[in-house]
Design a protein around this ligand. Sequence first.
Ligand code: F6P
Length: 363
Amino acid sequence: GKGVAVFTSGGDSQGMNAAVRACVRMGIYLGCKVFFIKEGYQGMVDGGNNIVEANWASVSGIIHRGGTVIGSARCQDFRERPGRLKAAKNLVERGITNLVVIGGDGSLTGANLFRQEWTSLLDELLQNSQITQEQRQKYPILHIAGIVGSIDNDFCGTDMTVGTDSALHRIIEAVDAIVSTAYSHQRTFIMEVMGRHCGYLSLITAVTSEADYVFIPESPPFEDWPKRLCDKLEQERQAGQRLNIIIVAEGAVDRTGKPITAEQVKKVVVDNLHQDTRITVLGHVQRGGNSSAFDRVLGCRMGAEAVLALMEATDDTEACVVSLEGNQAVRLPLMDCVLRTKAVAQAMADKNWELAVELRGKS
Ligand code: F6P
């Protein structure tokens, strides 16, 4: 059978385990030899016990678990050619020519570059007598399928990244908990939500928790935001509301591109309205805990589709990313999605927020 390896890379997210499990079982079902690569790219570079063959039972009892049981890492070695050479050798030695990478856009980009470099890496290994002529000829192509695992939902090409739904569950639970104590003391709470440069988690949190105000990177407020914010908070209090909730995305900025922080917002509220105000930074709680039913199903579907894509790949099939479009699992050219995601980041850096939103909307 063909050699397939699965690994998780970058920040973890709930649902990654469901995807790993589906890759392993679909691979075995199709007669492949499936491997785990532990600790992401670092495990691929280091080889040894980091690359182990998986069996049906080795992925039992993980579908519900948050995080990634095979470990993840941000890896410096893989960014350098010597590291990638070692990684290529480790794969060839085990007959692995199919990779499922589960991670964010950086991890997927890395995989695509690795694929493009594959031939030259193998040539160099052959020259150095680290692989045989037979191995060189047997493994001409490295096939790649990507799955986007991230709580941020910041990737162009998929409606939902694996982990976003679970993170939202966690966030909403926390906001609901805060609301009850805020109510008792007539307090204002400012909650900082993750998402890097993407405001999706914050926006959905605000909408579903009846927050009074939300700051997101894609829609920086106008200069007079302190006044608008205070007017709104006061208006709600006058209407009989006993508390205020303000959601601040960790990547929120103003129209000059300067970060808007929870501390800054608190100061505005305290200085102008003298409200009893507290900050809660949700932090990594958002990324932890069991995965939601949605993320389990999503992970399963993406994992199964990724292995199918690899098995159907021909010599000229490009690296793909499997994603959710409507309610369908689809395959899209990986590089295309990565470039679109980078274009969003560039538009934001250029302070062209309208363009960023438009580009993201196309995903
Ligand atoms: O990309 C996922 C994410 O949780 C972001 O929302 C956050 O900005 C970042 O990772 C935190 O990274 P780390 O876990 O390295 O602190």
